[in-house]
Structures are given as C-alpha cells and as structure tokens.
Design a protein around this ligand. Structure first.
Ligand code: ZN
Ligand code: ZN
Length: 433
C-alpha cells in the first residue's frame, strides 16, 4: 500500500486496503497518508473519520497527514476538531504534530491559534520556527515576522534558506527594498547560505513590488542559465504586468515559454498585459499560439469549508444544490457594489465577447460563487476562507474588497501566489500579487 501510495496509485492501495481481513492502526495510517500525499483530500478526511468511528487511535503520522490536508483545504473547523481530539485523548504531543498544527492554523489565517500552539511547545526545532515564520510572512505580518526571526536568533536556532524566504517576502510586502537587501547580504555573509532559486525569486519580487523593474531584469539576466530560472522569469513577468511594462513583460514571457511551452499561466499573463495596453492583435496572437500548441487554460476552481464540509465551485458552476440562492446573492451584491462605485474591469477577459457577456463571465468566477455561498450559509460577521487554484483576477480582487466592506466580513482568499486577507475594503497584499 505504501509503495502504491508513493507511486501515485492510491486506487491500487485502496484495493489492497479493502481486501484486507484485519486492519491495524498502521494499515489505516498508510492508507490515509497515501490519499493525502496524492491530493485525494476529501478521501483522506473521510478515512480518518471512519478510523475514529472504529475507535482506532491515530499515530502521529496519521495526524500529520490529516492536518496537512486541512491546511491545504483551509478546512479550519475540521482542523480544530482534530486539535481537540488530540487534547481530549491525551495524545503525546510530538513536535511533528505541533508543527502540523501551526501550519494548519497559519494556512487558515488564524495567527493567534498558531502562536498559542507555538508558545506551549517545550522544544522547538528549525521546522517549528519556519512554520511560524511562514504563517506570519504569508499573511503580510511583517513586523511579527521580523520579531520572530530575531527571537529565533536569540534562542540559538540558526536560520536556513526557508527562514530567509519568509523574511524576504515579509519585507517585500512592506516595500522595504533597502532592508530586504541588508537581510539578503547578511544571509550570504553571516549565515553562509547558498541562495536557492526561490530566494532569488524573493529579491526579484522585492524589486518588482517597488517598481524597480530594470534592476530586477538585470538580476534575472545575470542569473539566467546558472540555476533553474523559470520561477525568476515568472516573478518578473508578474512585476511587469502590475507596472504595465509591455516590452519587458513580452521578453520575460518568451523566456518562461522557452523553458516550458505549456505554461498556460505565462500565456494568460501576457495576454492580460496586451489587453491592458489595448493591443488586441497581441491578445489574438497569444490565443492562436495557445491553440496551435494545444495549451489549455486550467479552469478556475474554488473551495470553501462550511459546517465541516468542503464545497467546490467551478467558473459559472450551476451544479450546487443551493445555486439559486447563490446566484441571487451575487445579483444583490453586484447592484450594491455598483452603487458603492464598483466598475467591472472587463479588459482582462480574453474571450471575444460582448461587454455584457464579459461581465457575466466575471461575476460568476469560481471564487465569487464560493464567497456568495459562504455569505448565505454563515451568520453575519463570520470570516470566510476560500481556496483558489489559479491567480485571483484583478476584477475579483476589486469585487472582494467591496464585498468585505459591504458585508462587514473578513474574507481570506488563498490563490496560487499568495494569501489575500480582505477586510474593510482593503487587502493585505496591498494590491500587488
Ligand atoms: Zn476573477
Ligand atoms: Zn490581495
């Protein structure tokens, strides 16, 4: 079962599991891990529940697997339940489980709860510190990230490349290019850390955010060919998009596509750059290129956990049993948003369609369906947590800001790039993502 799990064949593992006469706790754990490792998240949680019903005592490996699954799904209720289960059943708190708890609370945007686990720990290794640093940094809590980093040094734990990724991305969020450089230099000199492509990516992001595109380009060019540089070009492409640098965006996209011609993200970002510049020939060229190369845009998918169940929505999805109230809520929201000054940003839509139809397509992006479902399914004031499989588009970003203010809700959206914490009409990413 373990073999099949590791070879990405959890279905085969499941067959063996079902056929087994007697199962012990190891069997259950191996199956649960096989599901979790392969992204069969609902199945992993389901199996864990069955395991509990059978009165099996989970091992720390099972707990880590299910907590990681909850972190992935931002399934806070389920994660909290597992945490209470651990406390009620007096499991010995092992460091790996505590780390998984910190990570789970962090990914769900619950810093206080992550910190409370962190503070109660008797011993902390580098993984524990990195989990807590990562939790703060991902959500743009830069002061807390830097404080924690200092505390880590005082505790005598030596920072590694992962710790510095958190520190640099926190500084990037706060726009402190100079401080970022200082930390980067300290990292090279005092910590003798060899920079990973990810760390260089942080430096490029730091410069990009601050609008210092040319310096970012210079760094990427200098490094190009020395290390796997796809991530650097992609980061640069994002920066060029935000600052409307069409020519540099084009050059960066070419580099990404040279390395990975099927990178649908690069085509989409470049199309958006062309669209923003009103270059419709460019948009059409991109579309033709994607078609001729057989590249498909991944469909948008968002999920939200309500009452312990994870609900998933596709773009324009009408399969949910509560679709009618969901769409009605979106209609109400749209008119309230317009009254508050919202203007739909249709220029980012690639499709050749009339304006009205474009607006329709925007209004029913998967994250909006998930948010609307969250609004109608929870009492006023309840924070919402949504996971999106693609980068959030600029229009949904604007709309979510309005929704957070209009409905007085805190809305956490995790996309492939970062966490967006919407509150009171603002987002923690400060509109750069
Ligand atoms: Zn959108
Ligand atoms: Zn944001």
């Amino acid at each position: 079962m373990s073999l099949y799990g590791r070879c990405e064949a959890p279905g085969q593992a499941w067959k063996i599991f079902v056929d087994m006469g007697s199962k012990d706790v190891i069997t259950w754990t191996v199956m649960c891990v096989a599901y979790a490792q392969n992204g069969f998240r609902k199945e992993a949680l389901q199996l864990f529940q069955e395991m509990q019903l059978e009165g099996r005592r989970p091992t720390s490996a099972t707990l880590v697997a299910v907590l990681d699954t909850c972190a992935h799904l931002a399934a806070l209720q389920k994660g909290r339940q597992i945490h209470s289960h651990i406390i009620e059943n007096r499991f010995r708190m092992e460091m790996v489980v505590e780390t998984a708890l910190i990570n789970m609370y962090g990914k769900c945007g619950k810093m206080a709860e992550a910190m409370s686990v962190f503070e109660k720990m008797a011993k902390r290794d580098i993984l524990v510190w990195n989990s807590m640093l990562g939790a703060y940094a991902q959500h743009g809590y830069y002061d807390e990230t830097l404080q924690l980093f200092n505390q880590m040094q005082l505790d005598g734990v030596k920072a590694d490349a992962v710790s510095f990724v958190s520190v640099l991305s926190a500084l990037s969020h706060s726009g402190s290019v100079t401080d970022g450089y200082q930390y980067f230099v300290a990292m090279l000199q005092d910590f003798s850390i060899t920079p990973t492509p990810e760390l260089y990516g942080c430096v490029v992001d730091l410069l990009g955010r601050a609008g210092r595109i040319q310096e970012a380009v210079d760094i990427v060019l200098k490094l190009s060919g020395c290390l796997p540089d796809g991530i650097l070009w992609m980061t640069l492409l994002g920066a060029c998009r935000t600052h409307n640098k069409t020519d540099q965006a084009k050059a960066a996209a070419e580099q990404v596509l040279e390395r990975d011609p099927s990178h649908s993200g690069a085509y989409v970002v470049l199309s958006n750059v062309y669209a923003a510049a009103g270059d419709w020939d460019g948009v059409n060229r991109m579309r033709k290129l994607m078609r001729s190369r057989g590249v498909k845009k991944e469909p948008g998918r968002s999920s939200i956990e309500i009452l312990n169940r994870v609900h998933e929505f596709l773009e324009g999805d009408r399969s949910h049993p509560r679709r009618h109230p969901i769409y009605a809520e979106l209609d109400v929201l749209n008119s309230e948003m317009r009254a508050a000054g919202y203007i739909p940003d249709t220029k980012m839509i690639l499709h050749d369609v009339e304006d009205e139809r474009k607006e329709d397509m925007l209004f029913y992006h998967s994250e909006r369906l998930a948010i609307a479902f969250g609004l109608i399914s929870t009492p006023p004031g309840t924070p919402l947590r949504v996971i999106k499989n693609l980068r959030v588009c600029s229009d949904c970003h604007t709309a979510t800001k309005y929704i957070s203010k209009l409905r007085g809700r805190e809305i956490l959206v995790r996309d492939t790039h970062r966490f967006h914490n919407f509150k009171d009409g603002r987002c923690s990413c400060k509109d750069y993502w």
